[in-house]
Design a protein around this ligand. Structure first.
Ligand SMILES: Cc1cc2nc3c(=O)[nH]c(=O)nc-3n(C[C@H](O)[C@H](O)[C@H](O)COP(=O)(O)OP(=O)(O)OC[C@H]3O[C@@H](n4cnc5c(N)ncnc54)[C@H](O)[C@@H]3O)c2cc1C
Ligand SMILES: *[C@@H]1O[C@H](CO)[C@@H](O)[C@H](O)[C@H]1NC(C)=O
Ligand SMILES: *[C@@H]1O[C@H](CO)[C@@H](O)[C@H](O)[C@H]1NC(C)=O
Ligand SMILES: *[C@@H]1O[C@H](CO)[C@@H](O)[C@H](O)[C@H]1NC(C)=O
Ligand SMILES: *[C@@H]1O[C@H](CO)[C@@H](O)[C@H](O)[C@H]1NC(C)=O
Length: 337
């Protein structure tokens, strides 16, 4: 069956699953095992609204690489979107407004303005869509990646093609269940605890999932206010961005603030049924870490620290990680003592 190298992918969020998929697409002979302690609905990835919209602060090692990651990610998602699998894979296209009462700059996004089909300033009438007082606004077309569908979709394909999955907490790099020729470190915030990476910081997020099947367009306002439509008529309302907070509990004050800000923009939401409250810790790192390293003779490629934009940018970073991994496999490594 498989006589290729043994490869472990640590992490089953959007980054790890996409790395595993690209590896398998690269060569069916690769013997790939995903090792993680949380899967599908229990990952940070599943909390995300999943809108393709990198924040302007999203950053790789150079501006050029950042642009390449975003571009490659966009076309990866477009390929799935244009296939008959799109709904099962959690892909849909939609448009978004972004409004501000205070700053013109928040309505601009140099990372996607030349990439998405439409990105334009709004006109006077559009400024009134969400009530009075809005001064600046943009309208853009983009896509949504629903990880509640994408993760199970990739997992099914991965298993069908002979991939293996192990549920386990990796305590340290040396405690992996077997010897692997190559290891991908896609542990998100887990990398902080696993490896003392002080550059990795949690940015806490909280969202409310509500039933709003009538909502077809995403809306952003000031102070992290967002309303994002999704599958099965479930919209995501947000949000907060709390630096260095590890609190995984739902905060009722955050919920109240989110609801108030969103309902102010779209009063119809007052009647929407609340389905769930969710908390996630964004794995923030500047820059996002995509690089090879040999640790005690084991070939490792790191791919973590995507912050608030990991769903958007997982594919582009995963492509680089996979290429680095294949290069690393070809090298001879002497064990360092
Ligand atoms: C409220 C909120 C809204 C967001 N909205 C968006 C959005 O609209 N668009 C967007 O692009 N991004 C968004 N994000 C960001 C996005 O969720 C993250 O960037 C992304 O999920 C990171 O993916 P990941 O695969 O690196 O991490 P995770 O999804 O956290 O996956 C990490 C994996 O590693 C495993 N793991 C970690 N440590 C260990 C260990 N020691 N042993 C075994 N397994 C381990 C975990 O079990 C898990 O499987 C949002 C985040 C939040 C919190
Ligand atoms: C595939 O990898 C697993 C885990 O390392 C190992 O147990 C198994 O023997 C490998 N299979 C082959 C055919 O090499
Ligand atoms: C998610 O966590 C819950 C509670 O621990 C558990 O019952 C469920 O099986 C988990 N889901 C997956 C896909 O592992
Ligand atoms: C963007 O990615 C596509 C598909 O991978 C590629 O054909 C194109 O050349 C890239 N464009 C830029 C500007 O990098
Ligand atoms: C993951 O990355 C961290 C940060 O460099 C490193 O210390 C740790 O050893 C890596 N873990 C694994 C399992 O590769």
């Amino acid at each position: 069956m498989t006589d290729g190298p043994n490869i472990a992918v640590l992490g089953a969020g959007v980054v790890g699953m996409t790395v595993a998929k690209l590896l398998q697409d690269e060569n069916r002979k690769f013997n790939i095992t995903i090792i993680a302690d949380s899967f599908k609905e229990n990952t940070t990835s599943a909390v995300a609204a999943g809108i393709f919209r990198p924040g302007t602060s999203f950053c790789g090692p150079t501006a050029e690489i950042t642009k390449k990651w975003i571009n490659n990610s966009w076309y990866y998602w477009q390929d799935i979107l244009k296939s008959s699998e799109a709904p099962q894979a959690g892909l849909m296209s939609f448009s978004s407004y972004i409004f501000s009462k205070e700053r013109y700059t928040v309505t601009r996004n140099h990372l996607i303005e030349d990439l998405v089909p439409i990105y334009r300033a709004v006109d006077k009438n559009e400024l009134k869509i969400c009530g009075e007082g809005w001064k600046y606004g943009s309208y853009f077309s983009t896509i949504k990646i629903g990880c509640e569908r994408y993760l199970p979709w990739v997992e099914r394909q991965f298993l069908d093609k002979g991939g293996k999955i192990i549920t386990s907490t990796v305590e340290s790099f040396t405690s992996l269940p077997e010897k692997y020729d190559l290891v991908f470190n896609c542990t998100g915030l887990g990398a902080k605890l696993l490896c003392n990476d002080h550059h990795l910081v949690p940015i806490r997020g909280q969202v409310i999932k509500v039933k709003a099947p009538w909502l077809k367009t995403a809306i952003y306002g000031d102070y992290d206010t967002y309303i994002i439509p999704g599958f099965d008529g479930i919209a995501t309302l947000g949000g907060v961005r709390q630096y260095d907070s590890y609190n995984m509990k739902i905060c009722k004050y955050d919920s109240a603030a989110i609801l108030e800000r969103c309902c102010e923009m779209l009063p119809a939401l007052k009647k929407a049924e609340i389905v769930a409250h969710k908390v996630g810790l964004r794995p923030h790192r500047v820059p996002v870490r995509v690089e090879p390293e040999t640790v005690n003779g084991v070939k490792v490629v790191h791919c973590y620290g995507h912050g608030g934009y990991g769903v958007t940018c997982a594919p582009g970073t995963a492509m680089d990680a996979v290429r680095m991994g294949l290069d690393l496999l070809k090298t001879n490594v002497k064990t360092k003592l």
